[in-house]
Design a protein around this ligand. Sequence first.
Ligand SMILES: N[C@@H](CCC(=O)OP(=O)(O)O)C(=O)O
Length: 360
Amino acid sequence: MRDGINDGTGNRVVIKVGTSSLITRGEVDPVKLDALCATVSKGIEAGLAPVLVTSGAIALGRTMHSTLTQDTAEAAQTAAALGQGVLYSALHARFAAHGLETGQILLTPRALVAPERGGGVRRTLDLMRSLGMVPIVNENDALGVRNNDVLAALLSGFIEARLLLLLTNVAGLYDGNPLLGEDAVRIAEVTGPISEVEAVAGGSTGDSGTGGMLVKLSACWIATHAGVRTVVADAMDSTALVAAFRGDEVAGTVFPPRTAHSAAPDLGRLWRAFRNPPSGSVVCDATGQQAIESGRALLGGSVDAVKGSFGSGDVVDIVGSDSRVIARGSVRLSSAEAGAGGRPASALFNHCDYVRILEG
Ligand SMILES: N[C@@H](CCC(=O)OP(=O)(O)O)C(=O)O
């Protein structure tokens, strides 16, 4: 039963807040933090059970040591090691002032996509929820700095959330960059083909987080293909959570689920297919298209053309002869191997490791 606001399972929501919506000039911003506390408090008053995913550790840590401004993975990881404690103590103290008890969980995508690792995470979240605590999640950056939007999307599928709310410093997806004063129009709802939406977002660098809007879309595709409604909204709008949950008008962008909610979405497959924007594409013939539509292996013999340059393990689109993207996945063969002209007989994807693209 997923319909009632207070039915025990249907009230779960994941709220992700980006660096730009918590940190100003290298410090936790009290005004932004209060806006987040107000969002969460209003959600709890309305009967929701929020899990928070917050960024900001790297930005905080970089200001603590001059060498940590370097653009290297280890500088970011060390900055996160310094900044995480400061970030969490600020969150813990301010939430406590709002009467909310919090607890910190550091995760990686792998902990959510591998069933043998997820049990402890699930039990921790369940107990925290039953004790009325707000879990505050961040990526365990020492194990690899990736992207918290994607982590939050995986978490929303993992807990079968009713809503993923991505809070940022622009109120949704625009067809330009409103922060640069461009005459940009907000897109209220995204139901069209994902490649068209990405083409719009590619020119929209409105969000100042690590990945910008294009990477945020990767998270939207993971969550909506796991059956979770996703909304991108302005972090300062503390009414957005409850409005988005109720399906009321929100000053943001709504991504309706692209599949019926599945009790056990294949999060590993969704992660591999959508963790990055695609590096290229393969155009397949009618036989290949039929194989994809029935979930079978796409053989090299069905590839008519290869576009872009990609390596084994990269994300690529599978395009039908009508130029429509029909699937996306983590490819086994590089672009050189797939397009060598010899039309290799072997499968392009390990274990049919692609996700069929579903329109909203
Ligand atoms: N774990 C990192 C998150 C990095 C990240 O994804 O940042 P953002 O794009 O601002 O959500 C941190 O706390 O800084």
